[in-house]
Design a binder for this molecule. Sequence first.
Ligand SMILES: Cc1cc2nc3c(=O)[nH]c(=O)nc-3n(C[C@H](O)[C@H](O)[C@H](O)COP(=O)(O)OP(=O)(O)OC[C@H]3O[C@@H](n4cnc5c(N)ncnc54)[C@H](O)[C@@H]3O)c2cc1C
Length: 394
Amino acid sequence: MSTTPSFDADVAVVGLGAWGSSTLWRLAARGVDVIGIERFGIGHELGSTHGATRLFRVACLEHPALVPLAQRSRDLWRELEASSGRTLLDQVGAVMLGPKDGSVVAGTLEAAATHGLAAHEMSLAEVAERFPQFADVDPTHVGVWDPDAGVARPEEGVRAAVAAARTLGARVHADTRVLEVELVPGGVVLHSSARSWRVRQVVVTAGAWLSKLVPNLPLQPRRTPMLWFRPPTPDPSFDIANLPAFIRELDGDMAVWGHGAMLGHGVKIGMQDVGRNFTDCDPDTVDRAISWERDVAEISALVARTFPGVDPQPESVIACLTTNSPDHQFLVGRPGGDSRLLVGGGCSGHGFKHATGVGDALARMAVGEEPHSDMSFADPDRVHVDRPSLLVLR
Ligand SMILES: Cc1cc2nc3c(=O)[nH]c(=O)nc-3n(C[C@H](O)[C@H](O)[C@H](O)COP(=O)(O)OP(=O)(O)OC[C@H]3O[C@@H](n4cnc5c(N)ncnc54)[C@H](O)[C@@H]3O)c2cc1C
């Protein structure tokens, strides 16, 4: 694509968090004239992409189409590692535990069987021998070992993608908030308080703020605490080398997930978004202060039961944001089929691992190519309530 003088760029990416930074990189890698606009700094701690680590899995149990997306993402994370010289993905493996027919075990094994992945069942005796850190294991539960899984690094990933995009010619405006996305005949005008940009099309990857810029997307931002724990005295069995990534389904709808200590942090342990410590929020007014009652009490009790080797008083707690869609799948594509607008959002708490694959898919859509793998499961129109005139979006 070539830019005519009346356009500031062919494509603008609004929001350079996990998905936007990768979209910018993949567009720049295709030679597209692209600008990226981010309201905070690059790799900041106010959205969904902070806290040092995220679980990475290929045997995704949330939707069959996520497996090829994760495979593409892994290839691109490796490419970005090679070009940036940074470690972005630690393939330390993951252990899954739960009822044989539960979503964690059955979902992982089904994804592995369907796609010929290496994840395989593990007996409880083997789990107990290799991972004695897990306590109070239900004797009817089973384990799965997934050697393809591991831990990805969010802030590093964002910084690496933006740096790679810049090297390839993308222009980046950080600390610049887009106030309005205005769809006009033949293009889009983006307004900030200081200036505006006219582009042919826009990719809005604004995370928890996405539905503020593109209305009528039924997305719900959620305040989600993130916690780290330590053994009372140093204990290497809780280091990442001995306690890899894990997801453990407990009774009811509850599950805990996390991984061993790494990068100077303790053991990360989180819980399923069914606890009382997850609350709907407005990302502009969200209360980031931490309280024992709201953020810690429930998970601390779970930790005392399931990981008695760590102090149930966390060493640190921060607030993070997820953005749920009604079916907990992503929104990636063109709402209403509008050729000027692409969105990427609705991460629903499982989107970081896929950031490079989603960025690649959005970049391909922007230039009129088919995504690397089928993204129809993420079509925003499946959940697009009302189909208003999209002429002025705020
Ligand atoms: C506690 C927790 C645990 C998680 N665990 C995992 C996990 O283990 N594995 C996994 O894969 N995923 C996990 N996730 C989900 C993952 O972190 C998210 O899917 C991912 O980070 C979402 O990225 P994003 O690009 O949609 O949002 P963000 O990274 O927040 O990016 C959106 C960007 O848009 C910018 N922006 C917003 N409005 C504007 C505007 N008006 N103008 C300009 N810029 C704007 C924001 O500043 C931000 O930088 C977890 C999330 C949380 C909160």
